[in-house]
Design a binder for this molecule. Structure first.
Ligand SMILES: Nc1nc2c(ncn2[C@@H]2O[C@H](COP(=O)(O)OP(=O)(O)OP(=O)(O)O)[C@@H](O)[C@H]2O)c(=O)[nH]1
Ligand SMILES: [Mg+2]
Length: 417
């Protein structure tokens, strides 16, 4: 476990969340000291107010300062970060860097690593250039004038060249396959939501798989696709990496990872019903921003199943206010709300099925085939939920069922053979 000091600026009227503590834990830090302050604004030079900053330095003097990382909960300027570093000899990490650190420690595929590297470069470049220009300024005072700006410019150009190179590499990696449909014509349904929202738990309920579930943030670090046989017709679910609010320019670096998830007809959104209203709203707002970003061109086509997770632990009546908020956020008819609890998996599957079949209306086929030969029957059972089957006197049978459009074309081919 790495040692950390968490510095928190509690802004007036702003919601206090444990997000930074969750993230610190997921990144492997043990918080040994908490510095909280409620001033109007942070200290101009070193973010933490003077008195508390002195206290922090004393704390570090009595210990091995270099073993500590100072975590900052709040927006910090590059020059403040550098000043804290210079005065304490500790690494300084803010929320965005902390998230990227978690991703970095758990990522293993080349494309994800490149995206993380790009996000880090984009995010830290103001810090790097501030640091360089501070250094050259002091040197410049000693020597000639003018060279400082040049060096900073060179650094800036190097960083943007590197970012451009990564972007090019990533574009080359873009998969050309359509994620919304598998190779064998099965629709895919991603489950998105904030970290720890209960996505993997829901994924396990809907697919019958055993994806790891844990209270720690970012338990799932890779998307996982699993076919479900709980609906009669096959449906693939995608368990995804949790969302967290990142600045837009940093989020951009993850387009390759995110974009394909939104190219589907039905998206499942997991919302943790045990959260307090303002935190719940903050998460919803962020999710909506991301959804809007990736579905802008096909707003009318995409439908949403909004799942209020962990409902067994939520206060009764909590949902009422939340449904009103959702009404304002999503067009009527574009979404259905359901609740989920891990101790009632069958109910969840049933609710989900109803919601999915209603929302995916245009993709769903309710069919009736009159004279199906026995040899075509298994192809139908593999692809559809058969609701009734009656034998005719000539040895063929009448079959009624429900399936998805692309699969129905296959069924027709089998039935006509
Ligand atoms: N009581 C209760 N707890 C739940 C339910 N669903 C999930 N949890 C708990 O919430 C925590 C997070 O669940 P996960 O399914 O791992 O959440 P996730 O969204 O996949 O999290 P990440 O992979 O970290 O993004 C775990 O401790 C689960 O046991 C539920 O329906 N009821
Ligand atoms: Mg998970």
């Amino acid at each position: 476990m790495k040692k950390a000091v968490l510095a928190r600026w509690i802004k007036h009227g702003e919601l206090q969340t444990d997000e930074m503590i969750d993230l610190a834990r997921a990144a492997g830090y043990r918080i040994e000291k908490l510095i909280e302050f409620k001033t109007d604004k942070p200290h101009r030079d070193h973010f933490i107010p003077q008195q508390k900053f002195e206290g922090l330095k004393e704390f570090l003097e009595e210990r091995q300062a270099e073993e500590y990382t100072i975590l900052i909960d709040g927006y910090i300027y590059p020059h403040q970060m550098i000043e804290i570093k210079n005065q304490t000899e500790c690494e300084v990490v803010d929320k965005v860097m902390l998230v990227l650190e978690i991703f970095e420690s758990k990522a293993s595929t080349k494309d994800v690593m490149l995206q993380i590297e790009m996000a880090k470069m984009i995010y830290t470049s103001p810090q790097v250039t501030t640091m360089i220009s501070q250094n050259v300024q002091t040197e410049r005072q000693a020597r000639e004038r003018g060279a400082g700006e040049q060096i900073t410019d060179v650094a800036k150009t190097n960083i943007s060249n590197r970012i451009a190179r990564i972007r090019k590499q990533l574009n080359g990696m873009k998969s050309r396959t359509d994620l919304s449909l598998s190779n064998d014509n099965v629709y895919r349904v991603p489950i998105i939501g904030f970290y720890s929202a209960g996505k993997s738990t829901l994924f396990n309920i809907l697919t019958g798989s055993e994806q790891e579930v844990h209270e720690e943030a970012f338990t799932t670090m890779f998307s996982k696709i699993q076919r479900s046989d709980k609906f009669g017709y096959p449906l693939d679910f995608i368990d995804t990496v949790g969302l967290v609010d990142l600045p837009n320019n940093v989020l951009n670096a993850f387009n390759l990872l995110l974009e394909p998830l939104f190219s589907v007809p039905v998206i499942t959104i997991a919302l943790d019903s045990t959260l307090l209203l303002n935190e719940w709203e903050r998460q919803l707002e962020h999710i909506n921003e991301i959804i809007f970003r990736f579905t802008r061109d096909r707003e009318d086509e995409v439908k949403f199943i909004i799942v209020h997770t962990k409902i067994d632990e939520a206060d009764k009546g909590m949902l009422r206010g939340r449904s009103d908020i959702l009404k304002v956020s999503y067009p009527e008819g574009s979404y259905i709300e359901i609740a989920s609890r891990k101790d009632r998996p069958d109910n969840v599957v049933e609710e989900f099925k109803k919601a999915f079949e209603f929302l995916a209306g245009k993709l769903i086929v309710n069919f009736r085939l009159e004279s199906v030969t026995p040899s075509a029957l298994s192809a139908i059972y593999d692809r559809a939920r058969v609701e009734s089957q009656e034998w005719n006197t000539d040895g063929t049978c009448q079959v009624e069922g429900v399936t998805l459009k692309p699969l129905y074309s296959e069924i027709q081919q089998h039935a006509s053979r």
